[in-house]
Design a protein around this ligand. Structure first.
Ligand code: PRT
Ligand code: ZN
Length: 286
């Protein structure tokens, strides 16, 4: 029987859509029946398990799954023997301390002898120890943000992304314990066949992620401005330059990073570039 790489992803929740679209962009088509506990890929040696995110590190440690997609926050809280293979760039958030908005908070000494509500007792315990603080950790399983309002705690530690949950509950973020994003984790000792499939998967993931941050740019330039325009384009190597039907003009093709994009466009226009087209790149193989 053909070896398949067993991957665990979140069954539903914040990481579900991005995990599935990453696999899809990697050209991996899953068989119908996503509502089931597991499914297989049609065109890649992969089996997908749909699980609660909290259980994924354990499944990977036990080698029930070879790899998994989960938030770093869960990995560090669960403290399982798994290896992080690749950051995936989605599910970004931070684990932060928050207190009542009207409280004066100068530094973490503020938390001494206070009661902190959280669903992350391990990470909070570590933070307190590192800062030589004594505080009571009150572990709750959800709706942490209401704890100060109902007198259950003086402060909370919870995940924050936009900050609107804290704001709506009269809290303010005062300290960040951890920055987190979704990562691909793996069992520390994979068999050779699984290892080879993982290498293929990682190659595809890196190509997809690189392409997501990069745009393909095409423009027309008068020949006398070519060297100035080319000097503005970073490109993978040097840009492609093709003559246009109109004498004295060329077409220039290159790739630009999304972050530098607007600044470069301004400069290109200033240097005489015309008819600038910017198109998304689907995959980028380096
Ligand atoms: O059912 P299951 O156990 O699988 O899911 P879950 O409910 O435990 O997790 P889920 O789906 O909420 O989150 C999965 C992962 O997404 C987390 O482990 C993080 O790695 C990541 N992530 C990214 C977040 C957030 N952003 C986030 N904002 N997880 C939770 N939140 C919550 C936070 O707890 C708070 O309640 O969103 C609220 C704050 O959001 P803002 O935008 O108001 O600041
Ligand atoms: Zn969970």
């Amino acid at each position: 029987m053909q070896t398949r790489l067993k991957i665990a992803i979140q069954k539903s929740g914040r990481l579900y859509d991005d995990s599935l679209s990453l696999l899809k962009d990697c050209g991996i088509d899953l068989k119908n029946g996503i509502n089931k506990l597991k499914t297989e890929a049609d065109n890649f040696p992969m089996e997908v398990f749909f699980l609660r995110d909290d259980d994924i590190p354990q499944y990977v440690e036990d080698a029930v799954a070879d790899v998994g997609i989960v938030g770093e926050n869960v990995i560090y809280e669960k403290n399982k023997k798994v290896t992080i293979s690749e950051k995936l760039g989605f599910g970004k958030c931070r684990l932060s301390v928050a207190v009542g908005r009207s409280e004066v908070y100068q530094n973490c000494r503020h938390l001494e002898n206070k009661k902190i509500a959280t669903t992350y007792p391990v990470l909070v315990g570590k933070f307190l120890k590192e800062n030589n603080l004594k505080a009571e950790i009150h572990e709750i399983s959800g709706s942490v943000e209401i704890a100060p309002g109902i007198g259950l705690a003086d402060a909370i530690v919870d995940l924050v992304s936009s900050g609107s949950t804290l704001f709506m509950n009269g809290l303010k973020e005062v300290e960040t314990i951890l920055h987190s994003e979704a990562v691909l984790i793996r069992h520390p000792q994979l068999g050779k066949p699984q290892q080879q499939i993982l290498e293929k998967l990682l190659f595809r993931i890196r190509s997809v992620r690189k392409a997501r941050h990069t745009k393909y740019i095409l423009l027309n330039a008068p020949n006398e401005k070519l060297s100035e325009i080319i000097s503005l384009l970073p490109g993978m190597k040097s840009p492609t330059v093709l003559p246009l039907a109109e004498p004295g003009w060329s077409s220039v093709h290159s790739v630009v990073n999304e972050n530098d994009f607007w600044e470069i466009i301004e400069k290109l226009k200033g240097a005489g570039a015309q008819g600038i087209l910017v198109v998304p790149i689907e995959k980028m193989i380096l």
